[in-house]
Ligand binder design. Structure first.
Ligand SMILES: [Zn+2]
Length: 70
């Protein structure tokens, strides 16, 4: 009932399946207004700037097989 607006943040995640560089994760964070504790966290997007430009088709394939396409 008392939650702050969700906040978008970016951080590094697991290594890229293609090049082993840490992925950039777009994360949506929900905090409780009273405690400021993190109550929910959801990865909205995974990015690898290198692979996305150099081998975008392969990248799309890998993301689909690893994380599903919904
Ligand atoms: Zn990569």
């Amino acid at each position: 009932m008392c939650t702050l607006p969700p906040m978008n943040t970016t951080r590094y995640g697991e290594p890229c399946p293609l090049c082993r560089t840490p992925l950039l994760l777009d994360v949506l964070q929900v905090r409780s207004a009273r405690s400021a504790f993190l109550t929910a966290e959801r990865v909205t997007l995974r990015r690898c700037p290198g692979c996305q430009t150099v081998r975008s088709e392969q990248w799309t394939e890998v993301m689909r097989s690893h994380y599903g396409d919904c």
